[in-house]
Design a protein around this ligand. Sequence first.
Ligand code: GLN
Length: 513
Amino acid sequence: MSELTTMTAADLSAALRSKDVSATEVTQAHLDRIAEVDGRVHAFLHVAAEEALAAAEQVDSRRAAGAELGPLAGVPVALKDVFTTIDMPTTAGSRILNQWRPPYDATITTRLRRAGAIILGKTNMDEFAMGSSTENSAFGPTRNPWDLSRVPGGSSGGSAASVAAYEAPLAIGTDTGGSIRQPAAVCGITGMKPTYGGNSRYGLIAFASSLDTPGPLARTVLDAALLQEAISGHDPMDATSIDEAAPPVVAAARQADVAGLRIGVVTELSGEGYQPGVLSRFSQAVELLESLGAKVTEVSCPHFRYALPAYYLIAPSECSSNLARFDAMRYGLRVGDDGTRSAEEVMSLTREAGFGAEVKRRIMLGTYALSSGYYEAYYGKAQQVRTLIARDFEAAFGQVDVLVSPTTPTTAFPLGERTDDPMAMYLADLCTIPSNLAGNAAISVPCGLAPEDGLPVGLQVMTPVLADDRAYRVAAAAEAAFTERWGHPLLASAKGLDGASGLDADDTKGAGR
Ligand code: GLN
């Protein structure tokens, strides 16, 4: 593995600007790494080698012509396959969009290109971002680089795995109920769900529009901030985009301190059903923050226990409406159009063949929740619960500056373990969903490995709406303290690096560690 693939985006950026390396070299090193390991990890659905090298050459010639390079110029990024890209397929992990070529770039895609970032390709995901393990992809699962027999989380599992396996220093994911933070936690990296409306949804294939939030994944908090700063900010093409200056997250990540900060531990987000090693690492993490000068108290958010059921009415309701556009006429797959069938029959055959089981379950749940006679009892009630959860956050942030919890109740689970049990799968997002319903910012940062299985644990830091910078400041301080205490197994600069997590350590064992 080339040293260039173990460097952080911040270090790569510095090396590119001081002309120690070229963007072409950096890009080639990551493409080589993908060729070496992605047959086993399957983080990518599409690798855009030619386009990436062409983009890298442009950065190199701009640099040669004396242009000042921006912070992401020449730095590779992996893009979740739910953002449209004019020069690459976009599938959202679904058969129904297999071979579809979008006619335009998503705003996130455009901003990455403008920043000079090198898009390496499109990453695997649960179909239409519905899932917590990437096993709902129509194109086969992604595997966790720490242990190839386990899931990388989801739905941005391909993005998280690509970063953990050193195939990319940075990746973009989307978080509707936890799909950035949960895979980041179980892959041992940092993932951030920005404030809803902070990052544009234009060109993001919609799952649940009132919840969907694009955001960064990276091996360090500073890297995540660099990526977020490059993509965030108002977009007139997205009606829910916040028309205000984006929070200064890079400066906050560099600031990295918690002295005097009031931290609230959410009572409802721990206890029964949580893995013991996750809870022990979490309490050690909180103690470490306290030793840095933070004031820790316990805070109750009594309605958080209703977040999961409310989410599983609201998200499927929005999905049933959003996915109506896949009608066999406008995009992608068309089945049975042989001249003898009505449009309705073709639509029904196409949706039957094109959507996977989980997507169909969501469409049925959502259609039911929105149907006349049930609307008030289900969708209406869930919206009321959503308001109560937002009020819990408001009350809590009247007492403390940030809230913390484990990011996920367990570490990465084995492939196949939850595929037949949707409830067990949904529980992976127990801690992350409240922030989606309320729209506030939340970040996951690695806090060591669970003693019982040696797999990564994530600490979640939640902040008020538009206080994304505070999340980065706390996460960066936490990262520094945790790295000193437990090492950072994915950072060459920390002592723990054993080569692409479990992936290169001992290949003779087959499935990872
Ligand atoms: N796992 C949750 C779901 O299946 C969240 C997914 C997401 O955030 N995109 O809906």
